[in-house]
Design a protein around this ligand. Structure first.
Ligand SMILES: [Zn+2]
Length: 446
């Protein structure tokens, strides 16, 4: 009996991963018809040749070969997708230290941004990517703070890293500014630059401030302008939405109405939307249905929200800080899961590990029994939203970018950190270690 730790992946050539257990959701509707187990997983033989998945067949039916590896029913997943992170901000601890508040995150980032030279960003973003790669993340959508003064450098570094990491991590960037920036000439310039970099247009509704009676009209006009600019450049959009515990600062339904009103043709991803969970039941229901009608997908990033939301000195939080995921899913809204901030002024923890993010999200969101929607949110759902072709799905002809787990069941998967996972890139074992924190010392020395 070959234990997980004894698995040997051939260095080259063709081989078959025999008796691999794969959650059905990763086949994305292309599973070779056969029965599933109680977890909704299929037992298959995965044939690998030339770095690609050459075939997916029911277990026991692939022709044997000398390099075959019998996994004896252990889990094999495709590399996962992080739909929402901020590589540009990350790995700055202790140069910047969060204080646990949203205001502290904004102020700390504003201060740290002054140090974002090309070399500084390249070093920190590379570090983050190396973490993600070692953990088995195959695609990342990162937001980039895109104020006029720093956007050219940030996007230069991003484009360099996207080329450098091609074939290992599929990278996509979102130009992130407060929605109010689209009133300025820079808004249109940014959209042009984002389009030229095959990016996505971002905007945050959070920075509009404290709302009064004029708020709705102001936001409605801004959203029309935002979708007009994005549409003119053929861009998809990914917004930071309602990252607030104030139920009155509620822009999600206005975004959905704007999409329907303007006939915007691109994809719309609304991130966070946490105060949806603080609305009354009828409003939650109505808003979820409106999002479904407008074709809006929602991304949820529970790990930093649990840290940031409902934090008050001397008081234990009463609210988990996350959106109404169950109601959104029930209404047919696609839900993607992201890792978000990592070791920055907003959130001091994290390691760009989507296995950890998934495990924490399941617990925070009670997204289990079954686990399928949560798993889908780290793979096929995110792939469809972002248009990633290389990760999050397991299809014949696709790259053999895989994660092999010691776990045989989803319960076993959920109960350990899976630190002994084996990551494959193009069919070969990834041996790159997690980067050493000491590598950041020089760049973070003030
Ligand atoms: Zn974010």
């Amino acid at each position: 009996m070959a234990k997980h730790k004894d698995v040997r992946i051939p260095d080259a050539g063709a081989y078959t991963l025999r008796r691999a257990r794969v959650p059905d959701v990763f086949f994305d509707g292309t599973m070779p018809g056969r029965e599933r187990d109680a977890d909704g997983c299929a037992l298959v033989d995965l044939s690998i040749a030339g770095g690609k998945i050459a075939g997916i067949a029911p277990a026991g039916s692939a022709p044997p070969g000398p390099g075959d590896v019998d996994l004896e029913g252990r889990l094999v997943w495709p590399t996962l997708i992080d739909i929402h992170t901020h590589l540009d901000k990350g790995q700055v601890i202790p140069r910047a230290m969060p204080d646990g508040t949203l205001d502290g995150g904004a102020i700390g980032t504003f201060e740290d941004r002054k140090r974002w030279t090309h070399a500084d960003m390249h070093a920190r973003m590379s570090f983050g990517l190396r973490c993600a790669y070692a953990h088995g993340v195959g695609a990342i959508r990162t937001h980039l703070d895109s104020q006029e003064e720093n956007a050219p450098t940030s996007w230069d570094v991003f484009r360099e890293l996207r080329d450098e990491w091609a074939g290992r991590i599929d990278l996509q960037a979102v130009g992130l500014v407060p929605l109010t920036f689209f009133r300025k000439p820079w808004g249109r310039d940014l959209a042009k630059m984002v389009a030229g970099s095959k990016g996505v247009l971002g905007g945050t509704t959070d920075a509009i401030g404290h709302y009064d009676g004029a708020r709705n009209e102001e936001l409605v006009a801004l959203l029309d302008l935002f979708f007009e600019i994005a549409g003119a450049h053929g861009l998809d959009v990914d917004m930071h939405v309602d990252q607030s515990d104030d139920p009155a600062a509620f822009s999600l339904p206005l975004i959905a109405e704007a999409v329907l009103r303007t006939g915007f043709k691109g994809k719309v991803l609304a991130g966070h939307c946490v105060n949806l969970a603080l609305q009354d039941e009828a409003t939650i229901q109505r808003t979820a249905e409106l999002c479904a009608k407008a074709g809006i997908a929602v991304s949820t990033m529970p790990t930093p929200m649990v840290y940031l939301q409902d934090r008050k000195p001397g008081r234990t939080p009463r609210w988990r800080g996350v959106t109404a995921v169950g109601e959104l899913l029930a209404a047919g809204v696609p839900i993607a899961i992201g890792g978000d901030n990592c070791r920055d002024a907003w959130f001091p923890y994290g390691d760009h590990d989507m296995v950890d993010t998934l495990q924490q999200s399941v617990r925070v969101l009670q997204l289990d029994h079954p686990l399928t929607p949560a798993i889908a949110g780290t793979g096929p759902v995110s792939a469809r939203i972002a248009g990633f072709a290389q990760a999050g799905r397991l299809v014949s002809g696709g790259p053999a970018d895989l994660i092999l787990f010691a776990a045989r069941t989803l319960n076993e998967f959920m109960c350990r950190p899976q630190s002994d996972r084996i990551v494959l890139n193009a069919g070969a074992r990834v041996r790159d270690p997690l980067p050493d924190y000491a590598e950041l010392d020089a760049i973070l020395a003030v």
